[in-house]
Design a protein. Sequence first.
Length: 523
Amino acid sequence: MDTVISCAPSTTPTRWLSRSTCQCGVRKFERARARAQSGTRGACSVITAAGENGENGESGAPLDPDREKRYAELFEQLDLNKDGRVDINELRTGLAARGLHRREAEEIVRESDINHDGLLDFQEFSQYLRAHEKRLRLMFHSLDRNNDGRIDVGEIQQSLHSLGVEVSMEQASRILQSMDRDGTMTIDWNEWRDYFLFNPFHNMEEIAHYWKHSHMFDIGEHLTVPDEFSEKERRSGLVWRQLVAGAMAGAVSRTGTAPLDRLKVFLQVHGSTSRGINLWTGLKGMVQEGGVISLWRGNGINVLKIAPESAIKFMAYEQIKFVIRGSKEGGTLRVQERFIAGSLAGATAQTIIYPMEVLKTRLTLRKTGQYSGVADCARQILKKEGVRAFYRGYVPNTLGIIPYAGIDLAVYETLKNAWLQRYCVGSADPGVFVLLGCGTVSSTCGQLASYPLALIRTRMQAQATIDGNTNLTMVGQFKHIISHEGVPGLYRGIAPNFLKVIPAVSISYVVYEHMKKVLGVGS
């Protein structure tokens, strides 16, 4: 009989390893024997097994020594405190270090924690990996259509097409490159297994959804480029559930940062060197004039316009995408084409809902008792200034879409790809916090480029409330600001705008992820 090592409690030894590999990651036979002789339970114990030639004492199926050694090494890496168990926090840390979402840890524990103690011993860990590898191998063979042991770009595209998910060759190549470690432009079994080992997917549909809606195709949540959806996803209602999740995230985010937004608008219109208004005096003046609640003036209409803007943008994007795609039935757009389509869709949505932007600015700047509500504000503007007042500032607003979205997109993609190449060579997903950081930096760069146009737009929207420049055009506003305040005048109010970026992005992400779970969006 051979002496073998088990990581299970000594009363229930069910998984066996060779004497060179310990199931809790301690690979020295002598150390395991010393633990067993000292009476340690639940750790490594040395027993005499009836299994021969490394067979599994439970099923009689031979174990792969290389695979068991790999499992032991993985377990040892995850077991940070070396107690022979992996808890949820250790698993989250390990997944984050591999560029994976920490939330996958909960799913892995839920599937593998047999005794429901919230901890994974090596038996539970290895049993989960064996079952998961079996699923992964079945999925690998379903993709490997010519049975040559490798997956190429064409097979990825064909397999996704059979699942109702259309991707271009460019997108299929990006999927492949994210897993191709040896540079052969094909994926072998080892590359496939290692990439998805800690992704708890159960079938190709889940992997297809991950590929399609993962951050490989995500170009920033605050960009004007909508997501791509298949016909099946449209029929299932996924599109509208995702739009609702985004609208809820935007509503909570805007409400949470409304005081900073109102301060920004106030400084854009009333802030100048001659008046001596800065962040503190502006905030203090608003509170003194209308109380703390006045910091949320204009937030109602700002939240209200989210739904129509999102819906119009999506519908316009679908139509513009069809025009760009032409007769390529089922084809998808490249990133550059999506940017063009998204920018045009954003401009279309802004054209239709722009009067709400003017109302938002006027309500944000209103004094106590000036308007009784949105309808009263609209009625007074129409009566005193006419219909044209609802489109003042439209030109600089539209001109600002391209530089903001273009720079935002370019910086976001550059930062994300640089991080992937340096720190996450084997993954297409750099992790949530890296993506939030990339989004924050890219949004800031986009604002620096487009902010002067945004400031001129706001002043034109509010110019009836400003003494001395009620009839200035876009060029006239620009000359007036330069002559009276210099170049810094074009950036009045940018400080609170920067201050709200991080909380706005963070709140949006948290609420969006929560709403996706509530509405059943995503895997």
